[in-house]
Design a protein around this ligand. Structure first.
Ligand code: ADP
Ligand code: MG
Length: 313
């Protein structure tokens, strides 16, 4: 495989071994450090010429934001290399692949495993919102990666499709592995991330004094987009399908703007009221009423985690 790998100017130190992902303007490769100072890494390669000036600016922002980050549930930046033609983001490698490739495309998770996964994403969100004053703005299954290959049961039940008649049996729930077995998940892709101007630690005191109320409100609720996305991911983990789906984009948009989702039978029959209550509070249309990360962390369904986690240790 490695023999057929493309070579890139300025990237001589890193030996590309295989492609692992593709985005709109980037390609991600697995690579080894020829100087052996680092373990295997992931390198996101962006071709500058393919981007317009706005996309270029957002790439610079992505790098600037990644430079500030250090959290066990965020993909860690190792280095960046900037050349005339390309920009390379060298980062910690997640060998376990995307969350939904590993889990939700195959099945849905038990409440304990779903909690274990969503709590890790939430810790990353809490660090971004409260420590760095950053909104991620692109939380979705493709951007949540398993650090290593998760241990899942060998017999994975077929995922039910929305609309499909299906009886749920006990055995359909992936509950046979301890939460530890599913391992660490990390949030990546900061291409849409944004600094919150109104963040108390990020803005000089005077700036807010001149801002119109709608700007103050916008800033105040801008973190809400990540909370909504957490709700969508949690729904999908528990159900095996997303809360909003329609092949017709207009109908889909209407569903989203009105938060038209349902806990359909039989998929939700065995799921606790606490889990449903948390999802309702995240998938709330009014951002002023939607849960913040602090409210999420204090919810009874989430707090049940600390006990379960402790039992595991
Ligand atoms: P884009 O901004 O183009 O969506 P991403 O940063 O999301 O780019 O990367 C695209 C894909 O590459 C991801 O969805 C994931 O599958 C893979 N990928 C990205 N970073 C890593 C990493 N550190 N380890 C393993 N795979 C990664
Ligand atoms: Mg992405």
């Amino acid at each position: 495989m490695a023999e057929n790998m493309p070579t890139f100017p300025g990237l001589e130190r890193w030996h590309l071994t295989c492609p692992i992902g593709k985005g709109a303007f980037s390609e991600v490769f697995r690579a080894q450090d020829t100087e052996a100072l680092h373990d295997e890494v992931a390198i996101k390669i962006m071709r500058k010429r393919a981007m317009n000036s706005q996309q270029n600016a957002s790439m610079c922002k992505e790098i600037e934001i990644m430079r500030q980050m250090s959290h066990p549930n965020l993909i860690q930046l190792i280095d960046t290399i900037d050349t005339n033609e390309y920009c390379y983001i060298i980062m910690e490698l997640c060998t376990g692949g995307e969350l939904f490739n590993q889990v939700v495309k195959l099945t849905y998770l038990s409440e304990d495993l779903s909690r274990h996964v969503i709590l890790q994403v939430a810790r990353a969100v809490q660090y971004l919102h409260q420590t760095l004053g950053i909104v991620h703005r692109d939380i979705k299954p493709e951007n949540i990666l398993f650090h290593s290959i998760p241990l899942l049961p060998s017999k994975i039940p077929k995922k039910p499709q929305p609309g499909e008649e299906k009886k749920v049996d006990e055995g359909d729930f992936v509950s046979g592995v301890g939460c530890g077995g599913i391992g660490t998940v990390k949030l990546g892709d900061f291409g849409f991330s944004k600094k919150i101007l109104g963040n108390l630690t990020a803005t000089p005191c005077g700036t807010m004094g001149y801002a119109a109320p709608e700007i103050v409100d916008d800033q105040k609720y801008s973190t809400g987009v990540d909370m909504w996305a957490l709700g969508c991911v949690l729904f999908a983990l528990l159900a095996g399908y997303p809360p909003f789906y329609d092949p017709n984009i207009k109908i889909l948009m209407k569903r989203v703007t009105k938060a038209q989702f349902a806990f359909d039978s039989p998929w939700w029959d065995n799921i606790s009221d606490e889990a449903k209550d948390l999802i309702r509070n995240l998938l709330t249309v009014d951002p002023a009423k939607r849960y913040t990360i602090d409210e999420f962390m204090a919810h009874p369904w989430i707090l049940a985690a600390s006990q379960n986690d402790q039992n595991e240790k």
